[in-house]
Write a protein that binds this ligand. Structure first.
Ligand SMILES: Nc1nc2c(c(=O)[nH]1)N[C@H]1C(S)=C(S)[C@@H](COP(=O)(O)O)O[C@H]1N2
Ligand SMILES: [Mo]
Length: 374
């Protein structure tokens, strides 16, 4: 058992984050601090479901195992992993499955994320698929199960704080990585260093930190976070406030399309007579691509299409910007709406209410004033 959570030290250097909880340690990034193309480590959100493990003394000697439905179980150190497989770096979004939850009415269970349970970093590691091919999947291999070194919320190591998994096809994607570096730095402890998974496009909970084991299973994984209503959505929409007991559910896989306005910051004031305001932001769409981003300052009566910067690679976010012309001084609410390649756009009002509040992709809004405040 661990006596005291080491929260202060764990969040050192992340003073821009807004804490959502101390035990477990959770902190989100205010949207205006997500204005960088690549989210700096100092501004990358933090989400834990249990307490923190002991930091590794020697990162290169960190070991992890691949076992279960494989021909040749592997037990590798980080040093061996780096030596035996080809290195890949992708810039990819990591987003908590509950991002946006606080906008649901009535309130849903769980951390009250606004839109800041997200970041986009350069992750360096090896494809999990390369490692699984080396281990040799058996014909029965169907699902992964992910295990980390962290104790659960009570400090017990007997039960995983979180242990989720994906169908083998997702595990075999090139972009599903075993990661040891973030933005070119050794993977920070708080983000799962020395070794974590990054499963892009799907809920962040699949991206196991302090990775110790991948268990290849012949059935859907059933660790904490896989059963009951965890990371599941009702198949048929529920009335808001329902307890969801006994309803048919499906696993939340791809995250829905979302955009955030990263400039101006909510509450910004501009000098009298300002006619155009530059609005900037980011957009992403889980497994999908972003087809367009539109911005309105008049409640949706008129929309202006944003210019989008092409993503560097699959699962990178799109940075966008637009010059908005305003009709005169006054108070304006700016909304950004992203649409994915399948034509699905974000709603004005939180939709798809579900008891645990996953996948709420309501549009982000910032308010600005031009001229004297009234
Ligand atoms: N070992 C372990 N991995 C974990 C978790 C955890 O509690 N323990 N939380 C998950 C959740 S819910 C999210 S959203 C991401 C957050 O990653 P970050 O803290 O690096 O931002 O880590 C995931 N990986
Ligand atoms: Mo999460």
């Amino acid at each position: 058992m661990q006596d005291k959570p080491r929260t202060d030290a764990a969040l050192a250097g992340k003073e821009d984050l807004s804490p959502l909880g101390e035990v477990p340690l959770v902190a989100e990034t205010p949207e205006e601090f997500l204005d960088d193309e690549t989210t700096p480590l100092s501004r990358f959100f933090v989400r834990n479901n249990g307490l923190l493990p002991e930091p590794a003394e020697n990162a290169e000697a960190w070991t992890f195992t691949v076992d279960g439905e494989v021909e040749r179980p592997l037990h590798l150190t980080l040093a061996e992993l780096k030596k035996r497989f080809s290195h890949k770096t992708f810039r990819m979004v990591l987003e908590c499955g509950g991002n946006g939850r606080s906008f649901l009415e009535p309130k849903a269970e769980g951390n009250p994320w606004t839109h800041g349970g997200v970041g986009c970093a350069e992750w360096t590691g090896v494809s999990l698929g390369d490692v699984l091919r080396e281990a040799g999947l058996t014909e029965a291999a169907l699902f992964t199960g992910h295990f980390g070194a962290d104790p659960d919320k009570t400090g017990s190591f007997e039960r995983q704080a979180m242990s989720r998994g994906v169908p083998i096809a997702k595990a075999l994607e090139d972009h599903t990585l075993l990661v040891w570096a973030m933005n070119g730095e050794p993977l920070p402890f708080i983000h799962g260093g020395p070794l974590r998974l990054v499963v892009p496009g799907w809920p962040g909970s699949l991206s196991q930190k302090w990775l110790k084991r991948i268990w290849i299973r012949d059935r859907e994984h059933d660790g904490p976070g896989m059963t009951g209503l965890s990371y599941r959505l009702p198949v048929h929409p529920l009335p808001p406030g329902s307890d969801g007991q006994g309803v048919e559910t499906r696993i939340l896989e791809s995250m829905p399309v979302r955009s955030i306005v990263t400039a101006p910051a909510d509450g910004s004031c501009y000098p009298e007579g300002t006619q155009t305001v530059e609005v900037r932001g980011a957009a992403w769409a889980g497994d999908e691509t972003v087809a367009r981003v539109d911005v309105t300052a008049d409640g949706g009566a008129t929309w202006t299409a944003a210019d989008m910067q092409p993503p560097r690679n699959r699962y990178d976010w799109v940075r966008w910007r637009v010059s908005l012309t305003l009709p005169g001084d006054g108070f304006y609410e700016i909304f950004a709406r992203a649409t994915d390649a399948q034509g699905r756009a974000q709603p004005f009002r939180a939709a798809h209410w579900n008891p645990n509040g996953y996948g709420c992709n309501v549009m982000h809004r910032v308010a600005i004033t031009v001229g004297p405040e009234v």
